[in-house]
Design a binder for this molecule. Structure first.
Ligand SMILES: Nc1ncnc2c1ncn2[C@@H]1O[C@H](COP(=O)(O)OP(=O)(O)O)[C@@H](O)[C@H]1O
Ligand SMILES: Nc1ccn([C@@H]2O[C@H](COP(=O)(O)O)[C@@H](O)[C@H]2O)c(=O)n1
Ligand SMILES: [Mg+2]
Length: 497
């Protein structure tokens, strides 16, 4: 069996594959409301897997001479764009390679190379720009084509206001540019592409019905890859801008240790609260001070936490803050040397088998690492058929691998240990901040009655088996054992007035 076949199987087993390239396009005249419509779609979708890419990012770099005579430059002609570069970026994404896309600054006529925008291959891309339907090769890539149709006089009025107020241009130069380049280009290149559109939106951002329909369509596409639909035992917390904001901070490599801990703690608290919501409850009635009956629920009492050392310990305080006096056990899985031998340390409550267990580990990543080892193991020791057996029976195969090589994924190993101690699988709730699809597949398939509660599901693992985009080595960042962070600038704390 060739290595390509092994890779195919790993990909198939992890569920993270690159064939899902999905791009929608939004075209229309300048100032028709394309950006406004796209921003509204993005706000409503509220999903980190969707990214907006502007055709402006692919404007050709101007020469010094062109910059000096910029009023004579035609930014509305198809030749103003580096379409080959746009196609190259899309081709990379199609083939599973992330790309960096610069932001364009209309004021300086230059691209901001730092920071460029990283677009990942699994993202749904919304490409927006005046001429994105002009080149048939770009047009062909689009799953859904939308044309924002706004009257010429409205476009001109909006353009005058936008370019004078936002871009600081004078009205004379705006009108000159309009009559010399913008209007002719609209008639010659943009309007003729309207016929390729699947959806034409009159009134742009004011057309809420059209925007709702587009959002629904994209949601359906996204749903096809939704791991929560595949595994009923996986619960990803509903994303809000607060949660996204906190993730943005803890994922930023420039965030200081102090801010990292602060925002990680806030997220951990949310995950813990969600996890507690999955515990069984009994109905309870109380009498309120008004003498009325309130029918509520009583908390589950037989609980304990188990942290996987060392990162999992960062979640203990949040659990203690939510559950007064909760017992917390610990599991350490330590690889000794390179021969795969493992040392397991555990300190668990005696009566753990009678308790519901909240298993704590901020990152679930390496499910695929185990699978990769299994596949390589089967490949080396046996044949292709056994690789498929390994994929369909990962626990059995991992036990076999453990027997032969003494290696297992720490999450799987910790869960197996709890089950060995008599904890029913359905009494375990595994709490993560971020999970990689490979780890989710591994744990959810192996332990279908256990629940995973996570705040975000990431794209996958890189060649070093690190979660991407991820947040780096959580334990090092949380406990301050990473490199010096003097260079980093403190993030402004959220103002709560
Ligand atoms: N429905 C609307 N009503 C009023 N102003 C609008 C509306 N849609 C967009 N605008 C304004 O018109 C200008 C152009 O809109 P924009 O979305 O940037 O268009 P495009 O991206 O097509 O050039 C912006 O200043 C924007 O704020
Ligand atoms: N430096 C530049 C680059 C482009 N333009 C104008 O922007 C329009 C395209 O952007 P929209 O958001 O309006 O689609 C296009 O009409 C260019 O003339 C510019 O003015 N300056
Ligand atoms: Mg725009």
């Amino acid at each position: 069996m060739g290595s390509a076949a092994v890779e195919d199987m790993i990909e198939a087993s992890s569920g993270f594959h690159f064939s899902g390239f999905h791009m929608d396009g939004v075209a229309g005249g300048a100032a028709s409301g394309k950006t406004t419509v796209c921003d509204m779609i993005m706000q409503q979708l509220h999903d980190q897997r969707v990214v907006l890419v502007n055709q402006d990012s692919f404007y050709h770099k101007l020469t010094e001479e062109e910059l000096a005579r910029v009023h004579e430059y035609n930014f509305d002609h198809p030749d103003a764009f580096d379409t080959e570069k746009l196609l190259e970026s899309m081709d990379n994404l199609r083939h599973g390679r992330a790309v960096d896309i610069p932001k364009y600054d209309f004021k300086s006529y230059k691209h901001n190379v730092f920071p460029e925008r990283r677009v990942n291959p699994s993202d749904v891309i919304i490409l927006e720009g005046i001429l994105i339907f002009h080149d048939p090769r770009v047009q062909e890539l689009m799953n859904m084509k939308i044309f924002v149709d706004t009257d010429a006089d409205v476009r001109l009025a909006r353009r005058i206001r936008r370019d004078t107020v936002e871009k600081g241009r004078d009205i004379g130069s705006v009108l000159d540019q309009y009559s010399k380049f913008v209007k002719p280009a609209f008639d010659d290149f943009i309007l003729p592409t309207k016929k390729y559109a699947d959806i034409i939106i009159p009134r742009g951002g004011d057309n809420h019905v059209a925007i709702d329909l587009i959002v629904q369509h994209i949601r359906t596409k996204l749903g096809q890859h939704d791991l929560c639909k595949i595994y009923p035992n996986l619960y990803a917390i509903q994303s809000t801008f607060q949660i996204r904001g906190m993730h943005t901070l803890i994922r930023d490599s420039q965030t200081t240790k102090h801010d990292f801990v602060f925002y990680a703690d806030r997220l951990i608290r949310l995950v813990v609260e969600h996890g507690l919501g999955h515990l069984p409850f009994t109905e309870k009635q109380v009498i309120t001070p008004t003498g009325s009956v309130y029918t509520g629920v009583d908390f589950c009492k037989r609980l304990c936490g188990v942290s996987i050392i060392r990162s999992g310990e960062s979640m203990e305080n949040a659990l203690r803050a939510c559950c007064k006096g909760i017992k917390i056990g610990k599991i350490l899985i330590h690889r000794v040397g390179d021969n795969g031998q493992q040392l397991i340390y555990e300190k668990l409550p005696q009566d753990i088998s009678d308790r519901h267990v909240l298993l704590l580990d901020p990152i679930l990543g390496t499910g695929s690492f185990l699978l990769r080892l299994i596949i390589i193991f089967c490949y080396v020791h046996s044949n292709r058929e056994n690789c498929f057996i390994a994929l369909s029976h990962p626990v059995r195969a991992s036990q076999e691998l453990e027997f032969h090589q003494g290696r297992r994924n720490s999450a799987v190993q910790a869960i197996s240990l709890l089950i060995k101690k008599g904890v029913p699988e359905s009494n375990i709730i595994f709490l993560n901040l971020i999970s990689a699809p490979q780890g989710v597949h591994m744990v959810c398939k192996s332990f279908p009655r256990l629940k995973i509660v996570t705040s975000e599901i990431d794209i996958g693992l890189n060649e070093d088996f690190c979660v991407v985009p991820g947040m780096g080595e959580f334990g090092d960042r949380y406990f301050g054992t990473e490199d010096d962070d003097d260079q980093k600038v403190a993030a402004p704390l959220q103002q709560c007035s």
